[in-house]
Design a binder for this molecule. Structure first.
Ligand code: GLN
Length: 475
């Protein structure tokens, strides 16, 4: 069931919130893809009862009566929040993150927390302490990551909306690999308070749904100014759902010159060409743009992200919260044992890289240089947006890949983020939408917009989805 139908059923009283939750939990219990880390059945049922008893108050909220699953990176008061790590496997935060708070107030009911790559580091969901998630389209394949559980949850029709976070592509890439719609908003649009930090200068939460309509409603709930996050934007709130009806006029859309030289699979390029025709059919003009700086993004990201993660993850020391090793004689052994036991290999690798690039003697050569490349990419985007309204490109280089592929080439996965990372480096909003099936697996197209152009991105995706049925295809 899509989001619109689900919400309408509650609003028209054809089902109660409690019934919606019961149906959703029944589906969640049959999950064989390892989508969830923890389910919260009794909490969900009592929240649903509260919503049913206060129907008038919740009826017109953006997510009224809709069951939702949240990525296990958002702190939930008194409910285990693991971030996919052994370090936090029993951690119960004393507060709700702003995203959770906002979604609760908007009338949604959390039924579960979804599986994810450990501390959001990964593109395949294989780095989770709780085991890998399978792709609903084929169990041997990965769903993408790091928000793979959330994407699989919607693709498998368990919930019609879910939340994710995107630091280098973790909403858009799993959306593409699972055949759903996912959006990374402008940096600062959604509060990061209570969202466990990976790379604070790029982390951004955003919505998943089958279609742009569901994403718009969920973003309406998620986005808010928040005093508790100093990087949160103070702009006036707009209603994304309403702005889906705005007339777009004829837009100029940038397409990257010689994109086929970037090593993109022909299936992805095929779908890309088809969706370009759809955009033209909607009256938009395609304009070739030069963006040779694009591929330098990956090198910059894989220095800056580990640098920030090494600093952010220093708080997990066995003293304040999370795992504490039993094997310790003194304080340094406590730190060392706790971190050795608590973190998985990918996280340790990134902490090592991050500490290295920040250390005296290497800071200038790596970290500072990476920041210059980042600025260069941001400047390039600004230049491009003087000329075009949006940029269109594929979301990923390839479709969903097999589990355990990385063992042969540990850096291969990093290269997969080539097309998603630039938007994070610049802090720009971007949306991934399904644009066809090849070999019975989904492909994704990505639109990148200027700062705070979320309504434009959602609106144009909605217009595409009015004339195509790629988003209706199910595993
Ligand atoms: N794949 C990227 C990484 O591993 C992106 C992760 C993310 O967006 N959270 O860092």
């Amino acid at each position: 069931m899509n989001f619109k139908t689900q919400r309408e059923k509650f609003r028209s009283k054809s089902i109660s919130a409690k019934e919606a939750v019961q149906e959703t939990i029944k589906r969640a219990k049959t999950d064989k893809l390892n989508i969830f880390i923890n389910c919260f059945e009794s909490e969900a049922l009592s929240k649903a009862e509260h919503i049913d008893n206060n129907f008038a108050k919740f009826k017109d909220q953006p997510l009224s009566g809709v069951p939702i699953a949240h990525k296990d990176i958002f702190c939930t008061k008194d409910l285990i929040t693991t971030c996919g790590s052994r370090m936090l496997k029993d951690f119960k935060p004393p507060y709700d993150s702003t995203v959770i708070d906002n979604c609760n107030n908007a009338g949604s009911i959390m039924i579960a927390k979804t599986n994810m790559d450990e501390f959001a580091m990964g593109s395949s969901n294989e780095t989770s302490f709780f085991g890998p998630v399978s792709n609903p389209w084929s169990e041997n394949l990965v769903p993408g990551g790091s928000s793979g559980g959330s994407a699989a949850c919607v693709a498998a029709d368990i919930t019609c909306i879910s939340t994710g976070t995107d630091t280098g592509g973790s909403i858009r890439q799993p959306a593409a690999l699972c055949g759903i719609t996912g959006m990374k908003p402008t940096y600062g649009l959604v509060s990061r308070w209570g969202m466990i930090a990976f790379c604070s200068s790029m982390d951004q939460a955003g919505p998943f749904s089958k279609d742009a309509f569901g994403c718009a409603a969920l973003l309406d709930a998620m986005a808010s100014y928040d005093l508790k996050d100093s990087t949160c934007s103070k702009r006036k709130k707009i209603c994304y759902e309403k702005s889906l009806n705005d007339n777009l006029g004829n837009l100029k859309i940038g397409v990257i010159k010689n994109i086929e030289d970037l090593g993109i699979h022909k299936n992805i390029l095929n779908s890309y060409e088809t969706s370009k025709t759809v955009l033209q059919g909607l009256g938009h003009e395609l304009k070739e743009i030069d963006f040779s700086e694009l591929s330098s993004g990956i090198c910059s990201y894989y220095v800056i992200a580990p640098a920030e993660c090494s600093s952010n993850l220093s708080r997990f020391d066995g003293v304040k919260f999370g795992h504490r090793s039993a094997k310790q004689k003194d304080i340094s052994e406590l730190y060392m044992q706790t971190r050795s036991e608590g973190f998985g290999d990918e996280v340790k690798k990134r902490i090592l890289i991050g500490t290295h690039v920040l250390s005296a003697g290497f800071y200038d050569a790596y970290y500072l240089k990476a920041q210059k490349v980042r600025r260069n990419i941001k400047n390039k985007f600004e230049e491009i947006f003087k000329d075009v309204d949006l940029i269109f490109m594929p979301t990923t280089l390839d479709q969903a890949f097999e589990k355990n592929r990385e063992s042969s080439d540990p850096n291969r996965m990093y290269k997969e983020d080539l097309l998603t990372i630039p938007a994070n480096l610049a802090g720009l909003p971007a949306i991934s939408f399904p644009n066809g099936l090849k070999n019975n697996l989904p492909t994704g197209g990505q639109l990148v917009g200027n700062y705070f152009s979320e309504s434009l991105l959602l609106n144009i995706t909605n217009k595409i989805q009015e004339v195509t049925d790629w988003h209706k295809m199910t595993p």
